[in-house]
Design a protein around this ligand. Structure first.
Ligand SMILES: Nc1ncnc2c1ncn2[C@@H]1O[C@H](COP(=O)(O)OP(=O)(O)OP(=O)(O)O)[C@@H](O)[C@H]1O
Length: 240
């Protein structure tokens, strides 16, 4: 197996699954610093399972996960978060009984003491003004789109070097989709945080991604610069 001591996230020949069923099969990806990489593929091909394995929520059967040269394959999810990887899972996993403010403060847990001492940065409210308006409301009272903004805000608050987003636009009303797209665009423009994005919209993936991978039956079947994401590839790998 190759040794990648280079920067960014390297996923090498990763295999994982549930019980007897293998879902991710020898998948390899690289997310270089400052770049946006889209992971695409039909429903059920293993995108979420791959991300959950990268985050340490599912143990890999084999393969390696390296981040900035450090082997994270067997480390706990909290170690990955403290290494600078922020994660927004599918289905906006916020705490409904806690206020928006308390949810945001939880995001600071993964931050360095330097960042933590400043509390919630104003930039979060510039990116998501609705979170300031709803600061003392319970997370569960927010609409689905607002909860998604809260989940992304909570991940960004620790200033991750890598942000992992699992279908952030899924089931969100169009006006808020645009807000979320703008935030991902601003993260990209700053070039200090790389993004691994699972995304179904070809239009947005093409516009935002520096690079893409297509997964089918748990294996990477196509990859390239976003300019090479075209209709033929769509029909072959992504059409239902
Ligand atoms: N907790 C689980 N236990 C057993 N099988 C699971 C579990 N979660 C997912 N699977 C199965 O693993 C396969 C891959 O699912 P996964 O959610 O990773 O795919 P996906 O590409 O993210 O799909 P989607 O776009 O629908 O979220 C599917 O066959 C799914 O039924």
């Amino acid at each position: 197996m190759t040794t990648n001591s280079g920067t960014g996230l390297w996923v090498e020949a990763l295999e994982s699954g549930y019980g007897e069923s293998m879902v991710v099969r020898r998948a390899s990806l690289h997310i270089p610093p400052g770049q946006v990489v889209c992971l695409m593929g039909r429903n059920g091909v293993g995108k979420t399972t791959l991300l959950r394995t990268v985050m340490g929520l599912i143990k890999p059967r084999s393969g390696r996960i390296l981040y900035n040269g450090r082997d994270l394959t067997r480390s706990a999810p909290a170690v990955r978060a403290k290494s600078g990887i922020g994660y927004v899972p599918q289905g906006r996993d916020i705490f409904p009984q806690l206020t928006v403010e308390a949810n945001l403060l939880l995001g600071l847990e993964a931050a360095s003491p330097d960042i933590r001492k400043d509390g919630i940065p104003a930039s979060i409210f510039e990116q998501f003004p609705v979170l300031r308006d709803m600061l003392h409301r319970k997370g569960g009272e927010l609409s689905g789109g607002q909860q998604q903004q809260l989940a992304i805000g909570r991940a960004l608050i620790s200033r991750p070097q890598l942000l992992v987003l699992d279908e952030p636009m899924e089931g969100i009303q169009p006006s808020i989709v645009m807000d979320i797209e703008r935030v991902i665009e601003s993260v990209k423009a700053a070039r200090t945080t790389s993004v691994l994005l699972v995304e179904q919209s070809l239009a947005f993936a093409t516009s935002i991604a520096d690079y893409f991978y297509v997964l089918d039956k748990g294996t990477v079947v196509a990859e390239g610069n976003s300019g090479t994401l075209n209709g033929d590839m769509m029909r072959k790998h992504l059409a239902v």
